[in-house]
Design a protein around this ligand. Structure first.
Ligand SMILES: NC(=O)c1ccc[n+]([C@@H]2O[C@H](COP(=O)([O-])OP(=O)(O)OC[C@H]3O[C@@H](n4cnc5c(N)ncnc54)[C@H](OP(=O)(O)O)[C@@H]3O)[C@@H](O)[C@H]2O)c1
Length: 261
């Protein structure tokens, strides 16, 4: 599978390192910010690997590079402005994308959905691409069925350089809980955000009744958890069209495991 990457920050570089261990995947393009110092640099060197013979190119060049290199999938860990430019280029060439970038407005998410509607183009929108978080989401669905009258509180903890707050994952958890608990539109599940040191990502949900409490918590120990999930999503969306989320990727994975068993 041929992959192009957008965003060569902490997550993008980890993705590059993880892809190097996957025998059937090759990187054919990589995009950085306009006027970034990384433009023109070998991406292998950027990720502290051996040179890969591929230089980072500004995302403004995405349409040309995708047309020339024809990757099977593009994986995005960048910034909402870059993602928009990238998706327009992907759509032009019908190359599916895994969008792991966070911090989009509701309007931007609606725009992304419109991009795939009725088109020969597919997106996996993955504000948390970690497979473990997506299993946590299904655990929460059963918690809300058993404990609909308990109080639900979300705490998310990330490193002190994270740009958006609350995290995309915390928003996704809150939306799921509000839907499953049938809350009124003005009732919100509280989200507490902590930005400190080098935390990779913690999401903890406290479910509290008068006499007892359950805590469900997920912690990513390394960015490899994101990279592995993004690769799994890329394998899923390759050759597919339409709007998908990680739930679809995880369901597909569960079905494969059932068949194997
Ligand atoms: N879905 C998930 O599970 C998950 C997991 C981890 C991270 N993320 C998200 O992925 C994104 C990147 O995270 P990170 O930790 O790698 O952040 P980071 O280290 O700050 O890196 C951000 C990258 O985006 C690039 N960028 C910024 N603005 C840009 C623009 N306008 N055009 C093109 N590229 C631009 C930066 O380029 P320069 O280096 O050239 O400045 C940098 O390479 C964030 O939105 C983060 O929340 C999601």
């Amino acid at each position: 599978m041929k992959i192009a990457i957008c965003g060569l920050g902490r997550a993008g570089k980890e993705l590059l390192r993880t892809i190097c261990d996957e025998e059937d995947i090759s990187v054919v393009g990589a995009f950085c910010r306009l006027n970034s110092d990384k433009a023109g640099m070998d991406i292998g060197m950027l990720a502290k690997l051996n040179p890969m013979g591929i230089n980072a190119v500004c995302v403004t060049e995405a349409e040309r590079v995708l047309g020339e290199e024809k990757p099977d999938v593009v994986i995005d860990f960048s910034n909402p402005a870059a993602t928009k430019m990238l998706l327009m280029a992907c759509k032009k060439h019908n190359i599916p994308a895994v969008v792991c970038t966070t911090g989009f407005t509701e309007d931007e998410i609606a725009w992304m959905k419109e991009c795939v509607y009725g088109e020969d183009f597919g997106i996996v929108y993955a504000p948390n691409v970690t497979v473990g978080i997506n299993v946590l989401l299904s655990m929460l669905k059963s918690a809300t069925r058993g404990l609909p009258y308990y109080d639900y509180h979300i705490t998310e903890i990330h490193h002190n350089k994270k740009a958006d707050s609350p995290s995309g994952t915390a928003k996704k958890i809150a939306t799921l809980l509000e839907r499953e608990l049938h809350l009124e539109p003005d009732e919100k599940v509280p989200v507490h955000s902590v930005r400190a040191g080098g935390f990779v990502g913690v999401h903890e949900i406290m479910i509290v009744g008068e006499h007892d409490r359950i805590t469900i918590s997920h912690e990513s120990f390394s960015r490899q958890a994101f990279a592995k999930g993004a690769i799994e999503a890329a394998r899923f969306i390759r050759g597919q069209t339409g709007w998908h989320e990680m739930e679809d990727v995880v369901t597909c994975r569960e079905n494969v495991i059932k068949v194997k068993v």
